[in-house]
Design a binder for this molecule. Structure first.
Ligand code: F6P
Length: 361
């Protein structure tokens, strides 16, 4: 193995730099191999100056830094790229050009660090013969085949901290506080932050809720003399029989962006149920900042394992955490079914057992 390249694609997640650092150190020190950095996801294969050498100096000091030194793009799909021709925007399939550029670099492996969208592109490029290795990244934790993606733990801690902060002001003002959290169609952040922060109600996409059930839970607390309540609400949560709420519609390039469910629940609780209610949307604070110890360690283990997987020719596969071990699974398998909260799993059962409502009945 002489020549590796690495790119980061999709929304950023804390720990990306830790993966890059581990890839570069392992490749150079263990395998005597050169590493190229690809800027801004797959766009780097098409843009002028998009490829550059990554040496040990380039990765010095980046372990605790959020973001990614390579840059990222969540619209950089080579199979559907937005280009301007004579002032008119069109969508073009540039995958052949990307593949030719990859071939001209004579890469032994391309390490792709991304979530479901980016890893889906990696899988499709692998089907066309590109020697791809995947590393699962996302704060949403919604990729199958791995118990955790890196980035999730940092986002979760930011969410838990927000719940802690909301608790004191909620109690002081006898208010209902709603915290809307990211996660797309998976409720992992809202569920785990709700458990860790002691929320009274958790709303997740996997368990459609009823407004009246939420109000009943809050009234029961009031009847016991507790005049405040905290709701941990996933952006993808939705009432029984109703669709999810989108802040921005999607198109051929951007996926639709969820947002607004917190305000809808607040409207019901204040206008129909009579509770003074406030909404906080934590947003991209969940994606920023320094990775936690768990994410730094997982990202480092993933990066190093990805180089070992490349050296053994495990193309079309993704490194993963199962239990305490780093293993690898095929990208086809990992992407076949997205990971969701197990509604019969221990976390949900425990939440119910300690009196947390999912807004069901
Ligand atoms: O997938 C990560 C994520 O942060 C989701 O939780 C969220 O819905 C989405 O990305 C936000 O996307 P953007 O960064 O484009 O606003």
């Amino acid at each position: 193995m002489k020549n590796l390249a690495i790119l980061t694609g999709g929304g950023d997640a804390p720990g990306l730099n830790a993966v890059i650092r581990a890839v570069v150190k392992t490749a150079i020190q263990e395998y005597g191999c050169e590493v190229l950095g690809v800027k801004n996801g797959f766009d780097g294969f098409l843009d002028e100056g998009g490829i550059f050498p990554l040496d040990l100096d380039a990765v010095r000091g980046i372990l605790p830094r959020g973001g990614t030194i390579l840059g990222t793009a969540n619209r950089g799909n080579p199979f559907a790229r937005k280009v301007k021709r004579n002032g008119v925007e069109t969508i073009e399939d540039t995958s052949q050009q990307v593949i030719e550029n990859i071939q001209s670099l004579d890469l032994d492996a391309l390490i792709v660090v991304g979530g479901d969208g980016t890893l889906g592109i990696a899988r499709d490029l692998h089907r066309l013969g590109v020697p791809v290795i995947g590393v699962p990244k996302t704060i949403d934790n919604d990729i199958s085949g791995t118990d955790f993606t890196f980035g999730f733990d940092t986002a979760l801690n930011a969410a838990m901290d927000a719940i802690d902060r909301l608790h004191t002001t909620a109690e002081a003002h006898h208010r209902v506080m709603i915290l809307e959290l990211m996660g797309r169609n998976a409720g992992f952040i809202a569920l785990h932050a709700g458990l860790a922060g002691g929320a009274d109600v958790i709303l997740i996409p996997e368990i459609p809720f009823r407004f009246e059930a939420i109000a009943r839970k809050i009234r029961r607390r009031v009847a016991r003399g507790t005049y405040f309540s905290i709701l941990s609400v996933a952006e993808g949560a939705h009432p029984v029989g109703q669709n999810q709420i989108y802040a921005i519609e999607g198109d051929a390039i951007y996926v639709a962006r969820l947002g607004g469910i917190g305000n809808l629940v607040a409207k019901y609780l204040s206008e129909e149920a009579g509770f003074e209610t406030r909404v906080t949307v934590l947003g991209h604070l969940q994606r920023g900042g320094s990775p936690t110890a768990f994410d730094r360690s997982l990202a480092t283990r993933f990066g190093s394992a990805a180089v070992r997987l490349a050296s053994s020719g495990g193309f079309g596969r993704m490194v993963a955490l199962q239990g305490t071990r780093i293993i690898d699974v095929s990208l086809e398998e990992a992407l076949a079914v997205p990971r969701r909260v197990d509604i019969n799993g221990d976390e949900v059962l425990t939440a119910r057992a300690i009196g947390i409502s999912f807004g069901e009945n």
